[in-house]
Write a protein that binds this ligand. Sequence first.
Ligand code: AMP
Length: 308
Amino acid sequence: MAITVVGSVAYDSIETPAGRRERCLGGAATYFSLAASYFCDVRVIAVVGEDFGPEQEAVFKSHSIDTRGIEHTAGKSFFWEGSYLENLNEARTHNTELNVFASFEPKIPEAYRDSEFLFLANIDPVLQRRVREQMPGVKLVAGDTMNYWIKDHRPALLAVLKGLDVLLINDTEARMLAGESNLVKAARTVMSFGPRFLVVKHGEYGATLFHGSGPKGKSAERTFRAPALPLEEVVDPTGAGDSFAGGFFGYLASQKQLAPGTLRRAMFYGSVMGSFACERFGTERLQEISRAEIDERFNLFRELTHLD
Ligand code: AMP
């Protein structure tokens, strides 16, 4: 099973209480791909500038991630600068430079066309939609977005949401998108925009899956909550959401059926990959996990939540 993902491949400058890193490899599609690569084949669509060299390419290659859809062009790669000094759950953006993404025309390599799964990682919704339209045969489409696009690119974003099966966003963004502060009501509104499944991420407090459409007031029948691992030290939360998405969607892609139990386990694998991402700066930890560590942490989550 293969997932095609479109999204940012970027350089990030990050400051957290644990320190600062300049221009490390990042981007939503990068975190997603690395996390998902532990579960299934991953194919990336993105654009990078002249500052993206063999060293960065090797990070993808060492996880057998197909990079034929990463276009190299003149100019600088996407750049994002953010900090988490007051709140580890929410990045403060200091600078976003789209650079080569500003004039990107996504092209799908022929070899990607048989992908059954498509992930529209965080990027301009216009680009997400162009990729979606070029992949009409996919079985399941999931996507992500952020405040930046919700605030100023709403019509384009609503057009993307119509074509999604699963949307993963954080709770502030879900409330912002719905214009509603109650999470259950916000979820209902967001799902009326298109997605059948909605995963709302709560940072260090875990994530909630909303699915189906039970009667009003019986929200518990339609929700599932997975915790996040209580970590003693969060070095860098950048990419935790994208890594959650990679674990969640990568696990779904590796399974034959989309049964309720599969979705619940996917929520746990999402939490597992999100927790790894926070342990070191940038993609450092995601690059070197073993399958045994993933299974071990999955079992830890089981223990964390099991009642008997
Ligand atoms: P996360 O912490 O999971 O929400 O995602 C962090 C990643 O998103 C960073 O590696 C950034 O490069 C990337 N990013 C930040 N802002 C944007 C944006 N406006 N569009 C696309 N990607 C972004």
